[in-house]
Design a protein around this ligand. Structure first.
Ligand SMILES: O=P(O)(O)OC[C@H]1O[C@H](OP(=O)(O)OP(=O)(O)O)[C@H](O)[C@@H]1O
Ligand SMILES: Nc1nc2[nH]cnc2c(=O)[nH]1
Length: 178
């Protein structure tokens, strides 16, 4: 697996520092409120597990599994819900957790879907953001790192379901995915 890596962009230590910073900001913003944190599977799983342990507040968690059709490096824009939420979000403060925002199509679809269920508030936290790739407007309150348009893997993020268990975020050698 490590032979496929071109460059480590964010080490375990750098990621941890960012997760702590985001967790503290979120805890501060939601003080006194009941928070429901929703992870978008599968990619956000690793980030979400670390993040919730750095939010020093009582909170609940839930997951939704969404996927763009296709397994290439390009988002198709057609979002499919594979596993819906277990609980109602009506009247609750919702924080959606994503690993990466690219075109924004996944979160656009999920935000509209969630907003139609009547939450008290709805915000987004993402570890990685590729603003140059955005196809739709999105209001993202918490962003870990803004990254250029490079294909990355690790820390939950896959290529063809591999590399999710890398503890760092890295670029792949071109010959691996082309
Ligand atoms: O902004 P977008 O262009 O919509 O792309 C971002 C989405 O793509 C990835 O998920 P993917 O569909 O690959 O599923 P996964 O989380 O199971 O890997 C990522 O986790 C986001 O959900
Ligand atoms: N693995 C992976 N999935 C993505 N989805 C959107 N951008 C990316 C990326 O850079 N890497």
């Amino acid at each position: 697996m490590k032979n496929d890596i071109k460059e480590v962009l964010y080490s375990e230590e750098i990621i941890l520092r960012k997760v702590i910073e985001l967790g503290e900001r979120i805890a501060n913003d939601y003080k006194g409120k009941e928070l429901l944190v929703i992870g978008v599977l599968k990619g956000a799983n690793v980030f979400m597990s670390d993040l919730i342990r750095k939010i020093d507040l009582p909170l609940q968690i839930d997951f939704i599994a969404a996927s763009s059709y296709g397994h290439s490096t390009e988002s198709s824009g057609i979002v499919k819900i594979i596993k819906d939420l277990d609980y109602s979000i009506e009247g609750k403060h919702i924080l959606i957790v994503e690993d990466i925002i690219d075109t924004g199509l996944t979160l656009k679809y999920l935000s509209e879907n969630f907003n139609s269920r009547g939450p008290k508030s709805l915000e987004i936290v993402t570890l990685l953001d590729k603003p140059d790739r955005r196809k739709v407007d999105l209001n993202v309150k918490y962003v870990g790192f803004k990254i250029p348009d490079e294909f990355i893997v690790g820390y939950g993020i896959d290529f063809a379901e591999k590399y999710r268990n890398l503890p760092y975020i890295a670029t792949l050698k071109k010959e691996v995915y082309i």
